[in-house]
Design a protein around this ligand. Sequence first.
Ligand SMILES: C[S@@+](CC[C@H](N)C(=O)[O-])C[C@H]1O[C@@H](n2cnc3c(N)ncnc32)[C@H](O)[C@@H]1O
Length: 250
Amino acid sequence: MSDPIEEFKSQVNLNIQHLGTDKDLQGLSNIWIRETSRLRYTYNFSWMGRPIIQFPQDVFAMQEIIWSVKPDLIIETGIAHGGSLIFYASMLELNAACDGPRNAGVLGIDIDIRAHNRNAIENHPMFKRITMLEGSSIDSDIIDQVYALARGKTSVLVCMDSNHTHAHVSGELEAYAPLTTVGSYCVVFDTSIEDMPAEMFDQRDWGPGDNPKTAVRDYIQRHPEFQIDKRIPSKLLITTAPDGYLKRVK
Ligand SMILES: C[S@@+](CC[C@H](N)C(=O)[O-])C[C@H]1O[C@@H](n2cnc3c(N)ncnc32)[C@H](O)[C@@H]1O
């Protein structure tokens, strides 16, 4: 007799395979992302009271990763209002309640932690699992501090969501991707910029041709220890990180 759990998994795998080859649906999703981005759709959500600047779909993907990887350290560049920091900390809290690592923590880095954001994050019940560093994520002094805090950690997840230029993300990848432990992920957000019209970024330092996806392409060529997990964007369809979920395989 067939195992119903395995049968369901196979069905889901098949669904995802179909989504991954459905060009119409992918095109439709890109249009949806483009049009909602113009209206700053990603600003509309919060996690445990803090604004989280992400698509809910990516938040769901991160939940799945954090549950399966059980990191004892999550590093995030780009804090903003702290929604993702609080989300990651709350997931570590849940993991700890379910026999995951007890002393897991989140380390956030931002060049400008605004006073009202710092205050709200520091007064949040999840702050007990959070450390914040202020400075540029590619500054050597900050990199040294991150490495010092990562010492002794056995399962590390890295997320990049700060300045979205090719040069900056390349610097972050060189600095922090090596901290990703085997089986875990280095997640590079906003690779979707590559697939958007240039005029959307008139006021920005990044745009098509100069963004996190171009940095990932360069990095991955020189680093076979990482593979792009195509399955995640295939199943999400709506994501700011197409080709941005990098799995460390060796
Ligand atoms: C898109 S927001 C981050 C959103 C946040 N990760 C979330 O999920 O809600 C980008 C943040 O990156 C920060 N930033 C910009 N340049 C940076 C740099 N060189 N180093 C570190 N952080 C930077 C900005 O101050 C801003 O808070």
